[in-house]
Design a protein around this ligand. Structure first.
Ligand code: ADP
Ligand code: MG
Length: 294
């Protein structure tokens, strides 16, 4: 029997996150895998010499793989340096987690909305002069979208309707790394969530919200099944492959004339809504993939 460890973030404790862990543990059991859940606060890392031995070492040494449902990158890399195979790899998680880094890596891989990195400042200084915003407005046109690089669930994605609003958003989040992005009007309040495992899109749904431009389920969005096109599936696969992901939830925007745009790639995407919408439990494909790689 294969043994795995599910390493989660000890400080992220909401009903939907716990539900995801329950689905993962059930899925592992279904696939004949013994899996233990351990929080990241049970491990300690010396950034120089790596993982420090703790009580959890026996569990680590017995494990065939680690399902790293987590963004604790220094822990992830220390585990990899100690010889453990992480699903997903730490560098891949980093590339997904940071939206600017994602677009840097995806250059030339698939169609993405025109995106600009907002100039970096220091969080102790902020922006004194916001005149650089003129150039962003000229290049992207209004409205445009502003995103914190490290946001999720739609919570840190904003609509800059005009220059005044853009500047007030940028000022309000100064000190955080951000991008500005072309608004894909034809995708207002709707997108595709495609779930990739290995070399396959195992399930997909359309997400929509009639009252908000952000279609995230956690932000009140709803979902319905969708048959995605070959181009959309190819885009999801190309992006996850380039980023080095074993599995990912890929967001795709609807452009005009059947053109699609890659919106973002999520390393730890929740999948309860996808399960209820499509009847497909992605954990089965996930653990089959992990077993085949191990
Ligand atoms: N450029 C865009 N044009 C139109 N809608 C967008 C754009 N970018 C994001 N959205 C909407 O906002 C939602 C959240 O954006 P996303 O980049 O996926 O951030 P998060 O990590 O918060 O999910 C998307 O699912 C989509 O509905
Ligand atoms: Mg998203």
């Amino acid at each position: 029997m294969k043994k795995g460890i599910l390493i989660v973030n000890s400080f992220l404790d909401t009903p939907s996150v716990r539900d995801t862990y329950d689905l993962l543990l059930e899925g592992a059991k279904h696939c004949g895998i013994r899996m233990d859940l351990i929080g990241n606060d049970r491990f300690f890392v010396d950034p120089g010499s790596g993982l420090i031995e703790t009580d959890e070492h026996k569990a680590l040494n017995d494990a065939d793989f680690i399902l790293f449902w987590n963004k604790d990158l220094f822990l992830g890399r220390a585990l990899e340096r100690a010889g453990h195979r992480l699903f997903n790899p730490a560098d891949a998680i980093e590339a997904c987690d940071n939206k600017a880094l994602t677009f840097e890596k995806l250059e030339g891989v698939c169609r993405v909305p025109k995106t600009l990195k907002i100039p970096m400042t220091f969080n102790t200084i902020g922006y004194g002069d916001l005149s650089f915003e003129d150039h962003i407005g000229n290049i992207l046109g209004y409205p445009y979208i502003i995103k914190e690089c490290l946001g999720s669930y739609g919570g840190q994605v904003y609509m800059a309707e005009d220059e005044k609003k853009a500047r007030s958003i940028i000022k309000a989040i100064e000190g955080k790394d951000c991008i500005a992005q072309e608004y894909i009007r034809s995708s207002h309040g709707r997108d595709i969530r495609a779930y990739v495992v290995g070399n396959e899109v195992v399930a997909a749904m359309e997400r929509y919200n009639d009252t908000d431009f952000r279609s995230n389920i956690a932000n009140g969005g709803k979902s319905r099944p969708i048959a995605i096109s070959g181009e959309q599936a190819g885009m999801a696969l190309a992006a996850t492959k380039k980023l080095g992901m074993d599995f990912a939830g890929v967001d795709i925007l609807f452009g005009d004339d059947d053109e699609s745009f890659l919106c973002e790639v999520n390393s730890n995407a929740q999948f309860r809504a996808l399960y209820e919408t499509t009847g497909i439990n992605i954990t089965h494909a996930l653990f089959e993939h992990i077993i085949s790689v191990c």
